[in-house]
Design a protein around this ligand. Structure first.
Ligand SMILES: [Zn+2]
Ligand SMILES: [Zn+2]
Length: 611
């Protein structure tokens, strides 16, 4: 009899075996419906073999009339699952168009179209390229127009995908592989790419495994975006999967970014990625206003208030960038951030416990009385919220059209109303997400009210984030406009790099910091979260997980720290390139011993610090 091994969208890593009913033709890479724990569920057929196991239940129904994944693509799925410690089934569920209808009924018409696909030979394509600087997206379009081969452009959100689909449609027929179109359409788009009836596609992360017959180009827009690693399995950044695809398939990979991730920049410096140099384009005047010791009652410094007045008088638009308030301390007098001496990231400040806690190493300290740098006595979690800034602007400029938009936290009808108002306002007060309102050079003035809130986020990527936001804002200001950065850290290298339009200076310093402290790209990080019924159970579980990990010499394991609610305990670990494998080994034994005592969740290579 023929047996099919099926992987389901569950955290369980192994597959389940079923009998293939007589008369079915079935290959790995096809999805099928099969009974699992009392329900018929869709799973991915990962292997088909002969055997004799009479006890097996039969498959219920075929979902795909033909394999949606080739052998090579299934191998890639295995790799993704192993790297992200996800299951193969969950990885497939996240990275394939949703199953639609009943594929078996279409079987007859489709079977003839399926060519036998074996594992793709490992033919590396050209070296991946990282396109930076002005005009990077135009260069992508020129490349695709000239190439004549298949191409997939991936962006982090549906809005950007829609914009790219329109651009691509001017070159050739373009299909969409994102949730902005109906499920049927996504499925049809997948098949059209496979059979060559469409050569251009645009999509979000769920398009990552889309078939791209050679010669092919895969483009990842804004590779530095954290949104390329959305929540849910497989927890892996699309850049990392795309780079792996480029090793396995003869495709040209183009990454674009105004401010590359430190990981991508480092690859370019190491010669693993090409990064064609660019001449600097037009750039606004960038000034940094020193706010040390001032700015307690008024979010707008005199230079900023003056710049707003002049910009409005010239009938041009103003964007004031605000950030979430962070729970960390800085000195009002010298701007120094209170950091963990071991890990160099800002301590998280717990007002309730009156303590400082490091979210990497778990160190906990009492609140200091004075600043270690200047012995000043004003250490505060000070910052400006969006509402306070709006209030101040309205008071100063009563006749201007002023709107506030925070797309990262205000959603639904209220968010839409905010957006509508912001799209026509003279002055927009908004968080990072509001940048998408403005095209290149659309602004007369962009200003950062207190970007120190970003710099002192308790995250080793705080500097990288700050650079990305300040640079993106500067790109949206006209060359004869201005960028004003009000900061207690006016000499920070992220601001200097933006002011002088010199990316290299930022990465030189940032890579030095990352190397010295053992952060990515030099070491890999993972965060393990433990949760059990009661707080004491959670604590015990976390201690036991930590002990299991410490048994492995290749891992640096920090003590568990509690989250705010004290319901979850997290452990940060560091390791080398083999980190996922080491974690998997350590935890497999541990899970076998402690099955059912709680939930352990693992995020490898986190991009958003999870607490
Ligand atoms: Zn100080
Ligand atoms: Zn620390």
């Amino acid at each position: 009899m023929t047996i099919a091994d099926v992987a389901f969208d569950t955290p369980v890593r192994h597959s389940f075996s079923y009998r293939v009913p007589d008369g079915w033709t079935l290959r790995p890479g096809q999805r099928a419906r099969a009974p699992l724990r009392g329900a018929a569920r869709v799973g991915m057929v990962v292997a088909v073999h002969e055997g004799a196991r009479e006890e097996l239940k039969p498959l219920a129904r075929l979902v795909d009339a033909e394999p949606v994944l080739s052998k090579g693509e299934l191998d890639l799925v295995d790799w993704i699952a192993a790297q992200s410690l996800s299951s193969v089934g969950s990885t497939c569920a996240a990275l394939l168009p949703p199953p639609t209808g009943d594929g078996a009924s279409r079987l007859a018409e489709c079977v003839a179209a399926v060519a036998e696909r074996t594992a793709a030979p490992k033919v590396a394509g050209p070296k991946p390229e990282l396109l930076i600087g002005a005009g990077r997206e135009t260069r992508v379009l020129e490349r695709l127009e000239a190439s004549k081969g298949t191409a997939l452009v991936m962006a982090a959100d549906v809005e950007t995908v829609a914009r790219w689909a329109q651009r691509l449609a001017k070159i050739d027929r373009t299909v969409r592989l994102d949730s902005g179109v109906a499920d049927d359409e996504r499925g049809a788009a997948w098949r059209a790419l496979r059979d060559g009836s469409a050569r251009l596609a645009a999509g979000t992360r769920s398009a990552l495994l889309a078939p791209l017959p050679a010669p092919a180009t895969l483009v990842l827009i804004d590779e530095h975006e954290a949104a390329h690693k959305p929540p849910g399995a497989p927890r892996m950044h699309s850049r990392d999967v795309a780079l792996e695809r480029a090793v396995r398939e003869p495709l040209a990979l183009l990454l674009t970014s105004a401010t590359p991730s430190v990981e991508a920049w480092w690859r370019a410096e190491s010669g693993l990625i090409e990064m064609p140099p660019r001449e600097p384009g037009p750039w606004p005047a960038v000034s940094v206003a020193d706010t040390r010791g001032i700015l307690r009652r008024e979010p707008l410094t005199p230079p900023l208030a003056r710049a707003i007045r002049e910009t409005l008088a010239a009938r041009r638009r103003v964007f004031l960038v605000v950030s979430r308030l962070t729970s960390s301390l800085a000195c009002d007098e010298c701007g120094a951030v209170v950091r963990c001496p071991e890990c160099a990231i800002a301590f998280a400040y717990s007002r309730a416990a009156a303590r400082l806690i490091c979210r990497v190493c778990g160190a906990s300290h009492p609140l200091p009385d004075t600043c270690a740098a200047c012995h000043g006595r004003r250490l505060t979690p000070f910052g400006w919220g969006a509402e306070r800034v709006e209030h101040a602007v309205r008071r100063r400029f009563p006749d201007a059209r002023i709107a506030r938009w925070d797309p990262d936290s205000v959603r639904g009808a209220k968010g839409e109303a905010q957006r509508a108002a912001a799209s026509t306002a003279d002055v927009v007060i908004g968080t990072r997400g509001a940048l998408r309102l403005f095209g290149r050079a659309a602004l007369g003035l962009a200003a950062f009210v207190s970007p120190d809130q970003l710099l002192r986020a308790p995250d080793f990527r705080a500097g990288e984030r700050t650079l990305a936001l300040a640079w993106a804002a500067a790109e949206r200001v006209a060359a004869d406009g201005a960028v004003i950065i009000q900061s207690q850290n006016p000499g920070h290298y992220a601001f200097e790099a933006v002011a002088r339009q010199r990316l290299h200076e930022f990465y030189r310093q940032e890579l030095k910091f990352r190397a010295e402290l053992g952060y990515p790209p030099f070491r890999r990080l993972a965060v393990l979260s433990a949760r059990a019924g009661q707080r004491d159970d959670t604590r015990r579980l976390a201690e036991a997980v930590g002990a299991a990990l410490r048994g492995n010499k290749g891992l640096t394991v920090y003590p568990p720290t509690a989250d705010r609610s004290d319901r979850i305990r997290r452990i940060v670990t560091k390791g080398g390139a083999d980190l996922p494998g080491l974690l998997d080994d350590a935890l497999r034994e541990f899970k076998a011993l402690s099955a059912g005592r709680g939930i352990i969740d693992i995020e490898v290579d986190p991009v958003e610090w999870p607490f």
